[in-house]
Design a protein around this ligand. Structure first.
Ligand SMILES: Cc1ncc(COP(=O)(O)O)c(C=O)c1O
Length: 361
């Protein structure tokens, strides 16, 4: 039996153990093909079945109706920062963004590079992105309103999305897709790098509504058009087969083992309550996000001194708790408690935190 740690990495991140075991069990002979999934043709019946079923399951999990297409792209969520404005900005109309730090800031930058009329309509930059803005002005003239649903680095998350009326919402859900229930109908487009909650690095999920596809300019390069992927079921060229296969297994795990997104959300809430509940009961560890803006996926916190933080990271790793270092841009500590991180792992972390503060507080 392999020695596995409690994995709190921010991404690539923990995958469900049954998914890893499934990959292992069919690595040499994928569904009777006599080949690994790494070796089969993407045009083979074996892979097409995986792709088709992945789309069906993702639509069922997220309650997406027939207006939505599920696409698999490459280039990471970062490529979506440029593809979104390129494809969805309406001629002569502005594109609106909320800025909740790093990832939204990057998305804004990429839209500006293309010369779009970018407006930042709400921002939490005034307090180091510790919170989610409450008021988001909506202009019916905007092409879309962009939000980063979960800020992986600052540990903040939109609890509910702004009501933009008829303006389509566009969201980067890289670090919280499949973690909670939400109504997809106001969204024109959702994108997510798979490597946190949906699978391995190498594939980006894009969920796009029919009416958005009508906006795609003919003049764009073929590989940068959403219509190319929608019309060819993500198979215009060779898709990232292995990564899609793992996303399919993860979707199957959420549906069949966990019991759906509502059950997944309940588990995630329980894990978040466990660690935030402890943090609120003491003053050795300080959460960096405002309480009403806290992420259920990335728990960011500081210790009294940088020396204690270094000691905490060293000791936690020695006890089999990995990936607790904060993002290099902000320092401190971060526990990423994505779908695949079990409540037992969070409990082990909380027990370790208690013990560490008792010895060092
Ligand atoms: C919210 C969010 N958006 C975008 C990205 C960038 O994703 P990628 O590395 O797939 O380009 C990340 C990566 O950590 C992220 O957390």
């Amino acid at each position: 039996m392999a020695q596995r740690i409690h994995n709190f990495n921010a991404g690539p991140a923990a995958l469900p153990l049954p998914v890893l075991e499934q990959i292992q069990s069919e690595m040499l002979d994928f569904r009777g093909s006599g080949m690994s999934v790494l070796e089969v043709s993407h045009r083979s019946k074996w892979f097409e079945e995986v792709l088709d079923d992945a789309i069906v399951r993702i639509k069922r999990l997220l309650k997406l109706d027939d207006r939505f297409h599920v696409l698999f792209l490459q280039g990471g969520a970062s490529t979506q920062f440029c593809m979104v404005p390129m494809n969805l900005a309406l001629p002569g109309k502005p594109v609106d963004y909320t800025d909740t730090g790093t990832w939204s800031t990057k998305a804004i930058k990429e839209a500006r590079i293309q010369g779009k009329d970018v407006r930042v309509t709400a921002s939490s930059a005034d307090r180091e992105f510790r919170y989610i803005p409450r008021e988001v002005p909506v202009d019916p003239d905007a092409s879309y309103l962009h939000v980063t649903s979960n800020n992986t680095i600052r540990g903040t998350q939109w609890r509910s999305f702004p009501d933009a009326g008829a303006v389509p919402l566009v969201s980067d859900m890289s670090s919280d897709i499949f973690s909670r229930v939400f109504d997809p109908s106001p969204f024109g487009l959702i994108y997510a790098g798979a490597q946190k909650n949906a699978g391995p690095a190498g594939v980006t999920l894009v969920i796009v509504r029919n009416d958005m596809l009508e906006r795609v300019p003919d003049s764009l390069p073929t590989m940068l058009k959403y219509t190319t992927f929608a019309e060819k079921k993500s198979m215009f060229n060779t898709p990232p087969c292995f990564a899609i296969y793992v996303v399919w297994l993860v979707a199957r795990w959420i549906e069949e083992t966990v019991g759906g997104i509502d059950k997944m959300e309940a588990v995630n809430r329980g894990k978040a309550d466990l660690i935030y509940g402890y943090m609120d009961s003491q003053d050795f560890y300080r959460g960096t996000a405002d309480a009403d803006s806290r992420s259920w996926m990335n728990v960011t916190f500081r210790l009294p001194t940088p020396e204690l933080e270094a000691q905490f990271l060293k000791e936690s790793l020695a006890q089999g708790l990995g990936g607790l270092k904060g993002h290099r841009s902000v320092g401190g500590c971060r526990a990423s408690i994505y779908n695949a991180v079990k409540v037992e792992s969070v409990q082990t972390l909380v027990d370790f935190m208690k013990d560490f503060s008792r010895r060092n507080g």
